[in-house]
Design a protein around this ligand. Structure first.
Ligand code: ZN
Length: 176
């Protein structure tokens, strides 16, 4: 396993639409998912889409275990949202590709998803609460959409500028 670099805004690759995985879940894909999970734990974060490490495939990893709980890694290959409810749930979201920015996004409170898991088995289930928020946030990544794209243009630009500035500052500190 290896920790990969996480892309941050305004990296244009984050705007790419990811391609479906063809031909099932191979060992090569499992190795990629292992790397994604390790990268996510290291960050630390609760969800990561493959495009966030520059791989434009429809793959997501997630772990919603609370502090002190056993890890509960989840893997999603070719996930699809097949049903949502009208009721919405506002939630303060953040993203490893938009570090240190948090803002409220309102999404359907529950959704039904279909995907292949780590072993290639098909899963069909309803998500709610944080699980529903997180899977919809990660699914957005597969379409090249970030949570800040759900905010006003002003808030979005401010977030990108803040990330850019923080990155420059870090680079300068490294060079000093
Ligand atoms: Zn994200």
């Amino acid at each position: 396993m290896a920790i990969r670099e996480i892309l941050t805004v305004p990296d244009p690759r984050l705007k790419e639409v990811s391609k479906p995985v063809e031909g099932g879940v191979t060992d090569e894909l499992r190795a990629l998912m292992d790397d994604m999970l390790e990268t996510m734990y290291d960050a630390p974060g609760i969800g990561l889409a493959a495009i966030q490490i520059g791989v434009p495939l429809r793959i997501i990893v997630m772990d919603l275990a609370k502090e002190g709980e056993e890890p509960q890694p989840k893997y999603f290959v070719n996930p699809e949202i097949v049903e949502t409810v009208e009721e919405t749930l506002p939630y303060e979201e953040g993203c490893l590709s938009v570090p240190d920015i948090f803002d409220e996004v309102e999404r359907p409170a529950r959704c039904r998803i279909q995907y292949m898991d780590y072993d290639g088995f098909k899963v069909d289930e309803w998500c709610e609460g944080l699980y529903a928020v997180c899977i919809q946030h990660e699914m957005d990544h597969l379409e090249g959409t970030l949570f800040i794209d759900h905010l006003s243009r002003l808030k979005r630009q401010r977030a990108i500028d803040k990330v850019k500035k923080a990155k420059l500052r870090a680079l300068r500190e490294d060079a000093a």
